[in-house]
Design a protein around this ligand. Structure first.
Ligand SMILES: [Zn+2]
Length: 310
């Protein structure tokens, strides 16, 4: 499961309850109240707990089916992390909220010949497409480049109607189960679009492009990118994520002890959360931080340097 927000909650639940053996849940974020309308694995206690989504999801789903091994990975999919996170699985189910990471998934999937199921929801509709490297069109056959930031609707600008999430998850997981069962001749074979408000389902053929940079020319541009942006603002949130390459691992208990000298700290094995100057700073074990209450990247970097250090 690449991402465990709305679509990830629904799809991961179906996969674990189906008994697929092993599910790795990758997510970079923690739970917020505004998520609860559509992210059905989480509740108000999880918002208060300060635990990351991947850890909560794995814990809850493990209880639903103890015969499946559910492994959480609190991590961001970046050019440097994506291959290690994704390359050793049978199927990748996409529940990512941004195109940059989705193109990374496509690069890893094509490079390592892993089938994957693209999935996305926005407003009252959603999309899914099953991609089998070498057999079907890949994501770059469909979209040569990731759309420019600001050019497409996001969950912040258009919202997501809760029920559409369940519809797209149902289509997506059915495709994933067919892949796992080897029933590839029964796959959807195109880009399926469903609008739950208008009850309209359409499937359009997506041809392979003879000059596709990824699945024909084997050029993995997104994986080769030097590094994804060190500082990114998060979709639909007044928040900035900062990733700083670290030479030394971050020890969360030491960070928490330092901060406790001047501010209350919420601490778990995955994350440390504290507030300074009205901004909430959330630091993960991999050194990433999400700083809430600002959209100013320079300010976020300054707060990171001051309180977390490099
Ligand atoms: Zn392609």
């Amino acid at each position: 499961m690449a991402g465990c927000g709305a679509l990830g909650s629904a799809s991961a639940t179906l996969l674990v309850r189906a008994g697929v053996g092993y599910v790795r849940i990758i997510d970079r974020d923690f739970v917020e109240t505004s998520n609860l309308q559509r992210q059905t694995l989480y509740d108000e206690d999880d918002v208060a707990s300060g635990m990351p989504k991947a850890a909560i999801a794995a814990q809850k789903l493990q209880r639903a089916n103890t015969s499946v091994r559910v492994e959480p990975r609190v991590a961001d999919l970046t050019a440097s992390s994506a291959e290690a996170l994704l390359r050793d699985v049978d199927v990748i189910v996409d529940a990512i909220d941004n195109f940059e990471a989705r193109f990374l998934v496509n690069d890893v999937a094509v490079k390592h010949s892993i089938p994957w199921v693209y999935g996305a929801v926005i407003a009252t509709y959603g999309l899914t497409m099953t991609i089998r490297p070498g057999e079907t069109a890949c994501l770059r056959c469909l979209l040569p480049e990731a759309p420019a930031p600001g050019s497409v609707d996001t969950c912040a600008t258009a919202g997501i109607l809760g029920p559409v999430v369940e519809c797209i998850a149902a289509l997506q997981v059915t495709e994933a189960l067919k892949l796992l069962l080897g029933r590839t001749d029964e796959l959807c074979g195109g880009l399926a679009q469903f609008d739950v408000w208008d009850r309209e389902l359409s499937v359009v053929d997506v041809p392979r492009q003879s000059d596709c940079p990824t699945c024909v020319q084997a050029r993995y541009d997104y994986l080769r990118a030097e590094s994804t942006a060190e500082t990114v603002s998060l979709c639909g949130r007044e928040a900035i994520q900062i990733s700083v390459p670290r030479t030394q691992p971050l020890v969360l208990t030491e960070l928490a002890a330092r901060i406790r000298g001047f501010a209350p700290v919420q601490e778990s094995p995955f994350m440390v959360r504290f507030c300074v100057d009205g901004r909430e700073i959330n630091v993960f074990a991999d050194g990433r931080a999400i700083i809430k209450g600002t959209t100013d990247e320079a300010l976020a970097r300054k707060l990171y340097a001051e309180y977390v250090g490099t």
